[in-house]
Design a protein around this ligand. Structure first.
Ligand code: 13P
Length: 244
């Protein structure tokens, strides 16, 4: 179902002590937040986060997953393992993996299928680089990333989330304007509707902070945010969660 959702992506940050302060700050302040909230933590901290978040209403997620079922894949983590540790969400296809780690759209689609097969919700990231935007290829790039998922008949996206994250806006302080983001969200929504995927929530990600969240979340096709840097401090993240 399409819903209001704010997800923190901690990326490769955290420590046992720092996580406790952050998560306890979130659980203490979440009471007056109307949107659904989740945090996607590094794998080793899933157990700690699960324990601290228990009963808080804040959901847990991971930032990556193997496309494979359990087997001889040294260093990989299977979807069923994430499920066992209480994950509801799994981020897949983040640009830091597509570009920094050469993850292809085909691999991202396989990961999406693996997440659904373990009854979790994929957060599928799509977005263009600055060079792609400047040469007018934004729509083609984003639709191509989306179509890799939509072309697989075994992926139903019934509960899925898509996150539009323009690469040039991630960690740069340069947010897409609400109008730029809305234009892409409407395009994504249109493609999903053509394929009868009308329940997908579409998040915006890229330098979201308390000062710009309200204007972004007010746009008709922006259902929430995928938050990087500003999710690492409880007061900053809660202020974004309250922007609805
Ligand atoms: P920032 O909010 O730090 O720009 O990161 C966005 C992001 O990559 C979330 O997945």
């Amino acid at each position: 179902m399409r819903r209001k959702l704010v997800v923190g992506n901690w990326k490769m940050f955290g420590s046992l002590e720092g996580n406790r302060t952050l998560l306890e700050g979130l659980t203490a302040g979440i009471g007056d937040v109307a949107a659904e909230v989740a945090v996607c933590v590094p794998f080793p901290y899933l157990a700690q986060a699960r324990q601290i978040l228990n009963g808080s209403g804040i959901h847990l997620g991971a930032q990556n997953v193997s496309e494979h079922f359990p087997g001889a894949y040294t260093g990989e983590v299977a979807a069923c393992m994430l499920r066992e540790f209480g994950c509801k969400y799994v981020i897949i296809g983040h640009s830091e993996r597509r570009h920094g780690l050469h993850e292809t759209s085909k691999t991202v689609a396989a990961k999406c299928a693996a997440v659904e097969a373990s009854d979790m919700v994929p957060i599928v990231c799509v977005g263009e680089t600055l060079a792609e935007r400047e040469k007018g290829a934004t729509a083609d790039v984003v639709m191509g990333q989306l179509d890799a998922i939509l072309s697989r008949p075994d992926i139903d996206l019934a509960e899925a989330v898509v996150a539009y994250e323009p690469v040039w806006a991630i960690g740069t302080g340069q947010t897409a304007s609400p109008e730029q983001a809305q234009e892409m969200h409407a395009l994504i929504r249109g493609r999903l509707a053509e394929k009868l995927r009308n329940n997908v929530s579409i998040l915006y990600g890229g330098s979201v902070k308390a000062s710009n969240a309200q204007a972004l979340f007010a746009m008709p096709d922006i259902d929430g945010g995928l938050i990087g840097g500003a999710s690492l401090k409880a007061s900053d993240f809660l202020a974004i969660c309250r922007a609805f």
